[in-house]
Design a protein around this ligand. Structure first.
Ligand code: C2G
Length: 132
């Protein structure tokens, strides 16, 4: 069984996330999502709209996702890859090159981001609508 892992906040779920998850799953048979905790997001300078528990429940409802685990540190990836016997690490290509050190432990794949959508854009557009 080929196991895939990806990491992220996945707030205000949108088709960019879904495209990423669908393509990540298509690379193997089992997809784990390491979901940024609210505390970890603070460290990323991100404030998610949905709590970790809400974002986890939403991700677990997606057909491509087999398991959701917490992402609580930048330094847990090697341990996760070993612990879950991961074959492929996948991220959107805004991260291209940043995780190449994982190539010692598994395949590393950067997938093209979906253009024109992001959680930030959703928030900005909603703000504009409010003031329209
Ligand atoms: N993504 C995408 N296309 C978009 C938006 C996001 O392909 N239009 C991808 C990102 O590249 C990432 C995943 O969807 O692979 C989740 O995006 P975020 O929730 O923004 O994740 P991020 O904040 O980049 O956290 O340790 C890694 C970090 O946790 C990644």
């Amino acid at each position: 069984m080929k196991k895939v892992i990806t990491y992220g906040t996945f707030d205000l779920l949108h088709t960019g996330h879904i495209n990423l998850l669908r393509r990540a799953k298509a690379l193997g048979d089992y997809l784990i999502v390491a979901l940024s905790t609210d505390e970890f997001n603070e460290g990323k300078g991100k404030k998610a709209y949905y709590t970790y528990e809400q974002r986890k429940a939403i991700l677990e409802a997606i057909r491509y996702v087999d398991k959701v685990i917490p992402e609580y540190s930048w330094d847990q990836k090697i341990e996760d890859i070993k612990k879950y016997d991961i074959d492929i690490f996948v991220m959107g290509d805004d991260w291209k090159g940043k995780f190449d050190f994982l190539k010692d432990y598994c395949e590393v794949v950067y997938l093209p981001r979906t253009v024109g959508i992001s959680t930030t854009k959703i928030k900005q557009d909603l703000n504009k609508m409010k003031h329209a």
